[in-house]
Design a binder for this molecule. Structure first.
Ligand SMILES: Cc1cc2nc3c(=O)[nH]c(=O)nc-3n(C[C@H](O)[C@H](O)[C@H](O)COP(=O)(O)OP(=O)(O)OC[C@H]3O[C@@H](n4cnc5c(N)ncnc54)[C@H](O)[C@@H]3O)c2cc1C
Length: 382
């Protein structure tokens, strides 16, 4: 067993940390308050090459391994959760299907500019009436004259209102539920494709989230991504493991930031004649979250290692995401208690940690749904 990062990974972490400290953190509050997508920051960031973290070098990517990419996601969440969401959408779900299944022509037209940050991508699963229940997808794709005609609406789409292309989950065989689902590439400017409402979100602000509308949108056959039709859901498994572990490490970073910030506050804030950090009940919160944070982080990196080694790890990815996110919920709650009334003041970061952390409960799967699958998996294996 070896629990250490390589020298290259440590060096990469220090580079990303430096970028986050210099470029993102000075703008964190402004991004959160304005809820505007920081396009200038995006362009500067794209120039560093990070948007191609997991894509091959021949398309302009960095072709990084899974564990090193997790180091990146962990450090990114220390800056702005909203900006981190926009960036990680571009790196993972937003470009994954195009990178894996797109024709060479699609890769040159869509993936190469996406890696340069010139085009913004996203993934569209969720609809108004169906989030966890993908089989409830009502967006349809009907085969016609060398292509497919898409009709439907997608909701809660990260980067949606500003996207140049999207990967859309649609039903190709109504009545067949999961077995009829497929992914299609739709690009901005295609007749019938438009954006609906932007959503004013509680947290992760600065990533623009909203509705996308498909009204008789025709796409050619090559825009059906993957063998199909009907194989969409099976392809999500590999990338969902990465998304879940990434979400867990985002949670670890937010928890760590919140608890450290509360620690500095506890050393300064005086009550009953001494710093509140001298009280045992306050100290116990740090001890507990030190342990939980270490455990969650180790679990996430273990799951990342399993992905990298090609080991089956669907359960480990879900477990580590769920554990890290629940740990984060507890950490941001306890950290805000340490701040007392000041946790309510918008000038301190604690209120933002509380709001941002809540998205992680849904991203990569709601915990109630994950527990259904995990409980069944556990009972099968004992
Ligand atoms: C900020 C943000 C960004 C997002 N970005 C994207 C995006 O880019 N693309 C995209 O496609 N989606 C996106 N989503 C949507 C997200 O994926 C969904 O919110 C998530 O899948 C949950 O679906 P839902 O909100 O419809 O909740 P529902 O599925 O309606 O669930 C509601 C509640 O019921 C519970 N529940 C549901 N089914 C079961 C069950 N079988 N057993 C027990 N409990 C159950 C859930 O756990 C939850 O507590 C985003 C959401 C947010 C908040």
């Amino acid at each position: 067993m070896d629990f250490s990062f390589t020298e290259e990974q440590e060096f990469f972490r220090s580079q990303v940390k430096d970028v986050v400290d210099r470029m993102i953190r000075p703008k964190t509050q402004e991004i959160d308050e304005s809820n505007k997508f920081p396009r200038d920051l995006w362009n500067e960031f794209a120039a560093l090459g990070y948007l191609g973290l997991r894509h091959p070098e021949e398309y302009g990517g960095l072709d990084m391994d899974v564990i090193t990419s997790m180091v990146f996601y962990e450090e990114m969440a220390r800056g702005s959760c909203g900006f981190c969401m926009a960036v990680t959408m571009q790196i993972l779900m937003g470009t994954y299907f195009v990178g894996r299944f797109g024709s060479e022509e699609i890769k040159q037209r869509v993936l190469v500019p996406a890696i340069k940050g010139e085009k913004i991508g996203t993934i569209c699963f969720t609809e108004d009436q169906s989030g966890s229940d993908l089989a409830g997808t009502r967006t349809t794709a009907v085969q016609k004259d060398g292509g497919w005609v898409l009709n439907g609406r997608k909701m809660w789409i990260t980067n949606g209102p500003i996207c140049d292309f999207c990967t859309v989950l649609a039903q190709t065989n109504p009545g067949s539920r999961m077995e009829g689902l497929s992914f299609f590439l739709v690009e901005k400017g295609t007749p019938g494709f438009s954006t609906g409402q932007d959503l004013n979100k509680l947290g992760s602000r600065g990533s623009i989230t909203g509705e996308l509308i498909f009204d008789n949108v025709f796409v050619p056959d090559e825009n059906l991504l993957g063998d199909g039709p009907g194989n969409g859901v099976k392809y999500t498994t590999d990338i969902l493991n990465e998304v879940r572990v990434m979400t867990g490490l985002n949670a670890c970073a937010i928890a760590d930031e919140a608890i450290k910030d509360a620690g500095r506050y506890a050393n300064e804030r005086v009550a009953f004649g001494k710093p509140i950090s001298k009280f045992q009940l306050i100290r116990s919160k740090f001890a507990k979250h030190w342990a939980w944070h270490e455990a969650a982080r180790l679990f996430c990196y273990e799951a990342a290692w399993m992905i990298q080694e090609g080991k089956p790890c669907g359960s480990e990815a879900m477990l580590s995401k769920m554990f890290a996110t629940e740990m984060c919920m507890s950490a941001v709650d306890e950290a805000s208690r340490i701040y007392g009334g000041n946790s309510f003041a918008m000038e301190y970061s604690q209120q933002r940690f509380l709001r941002d952390a809540r998205f992680l409960l849904f991203g990569g799967g709601c915990h109630e749904v994950l527990q259904n699958a995990l409980g069944a998996a556990y009972l099968r294996k004992i």
